[in-house]
Design a protein around this ligand. Sequence first.
Ligand code: ADP
Ligand code: MG
Length: 212
Amino acid sequence: MSESSFASLPLSQSLLTNLASLRYEKMTEIQAQSLPLILKGEDVIAQGKTGSGKTAAFTLGILHHLKVKQFRIQSLVVCPTRELADQVASDIRTLARSIHNIKVMTLCGGTPLSPQAASLEHGAHIIVGTPGRLQDHLKRGSLSLQHLSVLVLDEADRMLEMGFQDEIDTIIEHSPAQRQTLLFSATYPDQIQKIAQRIMNAPKQITVAATH
Ligand code: ADP
Ligand code: MG
């Protein structure tokens, strides 16, 4: 078994079978470097260009740690835009299709708040959302992150560029201190280093060069 085979990871057989059916044969470089750490529960900062396979890296971490029988919010993925959140939610559903009864919900702006709050009352395992709308739900009390175990900041560099620092702070304030935090980014500006120092616990940093 090659080191870059998904089967070298301690993933469930049903996830491995699903990856094979999706023709995910080998891990990409960022996946090969980050997944062993992510599956161990470590905080990870992973930097790699667009298309390097970051979504599957954090999704497999989320799915590995998820307890489907516990119907409560265990993972939150924060994305800069509604389009990205929809894409990530769709990718998570595809990677999770071998897991029965898993519920992934998106919480983005541009749609009324109250019906979203009503759907939240029915529960979910995984939330994917944009910073502003997540902050709205946290402030009005319609979203609770008390059972969160994995927090993902996807495209963290873009979120900071877009000025979502306060919203991210609100999300952190509402998250349990005891959690795994994963930060994904295409670039690694000083701002990311600063936020990582504040919100992560002894993060391991992975950088995949643009050419590999
Ligand atoms: P990033 O977030 O790093 O820009 P994505 O996670 O969106 O990149 O992945 C880019 C594309 O590569 C997606 O279409 C995804 O399905 C595909 N992909 C990711 N990992 C693998 C893999 N190990 N094998 C085959 N395809 C993959
Ligand atoms: Mg991405």
